[in-house]
Ligand binder design. Structure first.
Ligand SMILES: Nc1nc2c([nH]c(=O)n2[C@@H]2O[C@H](COP(=O)(O)OP(=O)(O)OP(=O)(O)O)[C@@H](O)[C@H]2O)c(=O)[nH]1
Ligand SMILES: [Mg+2]
Length: 316
């Protein structure tokens, strides 16, 4: 099945002036009936993605659209088929969208999107609309004398727009780690950014922060270590680990190394095709990590990633 050709699908995140996104409900008698989706359909032979999207939206909604920038392209394996869902932004169109094929339509405020039942390939699309495209993993300050400089660098990352941060401070004396994470949590809260603690569920619960599970911890857990509603993420390297992360209810996973990194000079990266092959087997949002920086967000999105996670790529 995983050798079957991918069905190429192009769909639109149509956004109105109030920021609401248009969803359509798949009609009875079709594949995935009853689920909500981004309007669009299959690319026909000889068509570009843009041409296919213009045709589909005219047929399905009766509007003439101007196709905007790419949002994300999600490869997904379903039980009976494989597809690649290429989602474009649409902010300008002529006409009033109506369900020309009998489908219900809904204009949905972005924060309400996760409440709509959608096919598995759409979960990363909704995440791409709502969640940060960069995830900073902190380096470890060399000595206690460097802790102040570490907090300064964290604030520079926040000033540069980073809104999701994983505090990874392995092997640090507990009192020092608590002090550092507490101070970091204050800066993140002030900037409206999210902080996750790497590998320390007790500290995460105590401080009311998210938790990131290293792969070894992920493999040792049978139940979710933090309450529902608290952010949970995991590092994954293969399909089995991605399955565990989904079963635990992780909000996202970090997958890599995609490129070669100075911290693991011996290990070659898995590359984007292998990243996409993993992407296809999971529905949760994935950050690509390993030798990547902010300039790689666009290519990451084209391979179905939420964006990039990095230590040095996001730290100065
Ligand atoms: N349009 C659209 N299709 C999606 C989404 N998510 C998702 O998994 N798909 C899948 O992509 C495939 C193509 O969609 P489609 O049924 O709209 O194709 P189409 O408009 O050409 O219609 P038709 O083949 O029924 O005539 C379907 O298998 C559908 O389940 C989505 O958000 N929008
Ligand atoms: Mg369609």
């Amino acid at each position: 099945m995983s050798d079957a050709p991918r069905v190429e699908v192009v769909a639109a995140a149509i956004t109105d002036a109030r920021g609401r996104v248009l969803l359509a409900r798949r009609t009875e008698g079709r594949d995935l009936a009853g689920l909500w989706e981004f309007p669009g359909g299959k690319r026909e032979p000889g068509e570009s993605s843009e041409q296919a999207l213009v045709r589909e939206l005219l047929e399905e909604l009766g509007i003439e659209v101007e196709v905007g920038p790419p949002l994300i392209a999600v490869a997904q394996q379903y039980p009976h088929k494989r597809l690649r869902l290429d989602v474009r932004r649409v902010m300008r169109w002529h006409g009033i969208p109506r369900g020309h094929e009998g489908q219900a339509l809904a204009w949905v405020p972005p924060d309400k999107l996760p409440g709509y039942a959608m096919p598995p390939a759409d979960r990363p699309v909704v995440a791409a609309l709502l969640q940060p495209d960069r995830c900073l993993v902190t380096p470890v300050p060399a000595s206690p004398a460097e802790d102040g400089a570490w907090l300064d660098a964290l604030q520079r990352a926040l000033a540069a727009g980073v809104r999701r941060i994983q505090a990874r401070l392995p092997g640090m004396d507990p009192a020092r780690r608590i002090a550092l994470v507490t101070a970091a949590a204050g800066h993140c809260a002030g900037a409206g950014a999210e902080l996750l603690v790497n590998g320390d569920a007790n500290l995460a619960r105590e401080l009311g922060l998210g938790l990131h599970l290293p792969a070894a911890q992920l493999r040792s857990l049978a139940t979710r270590p933090v309450p529902a509603g608290t952010r949970l993420s995991a590092s994954c390297h293969d399909v089995a680990e991605l399955g565990l992360a989904e079963a635990l209810g992780c909000d996202f996973a970090i997958v890599g190394p995609v490129a070669r990194t100075p911290t693991h000079p011996g290990a070659p990266g898995i590359g984007w095709p292998a990243f996409e092959a993993l992407r296809e087997q999971a529905s949760l949002p994935l950050y690509a990590i390993g030798g990547l920086g902010p300039d790689d967000v666009a290519i990451a999105r084209q391979h179905g990633a939420q964006g990039i996670a990095a230590i040095r790529g996001l730290w100065s």
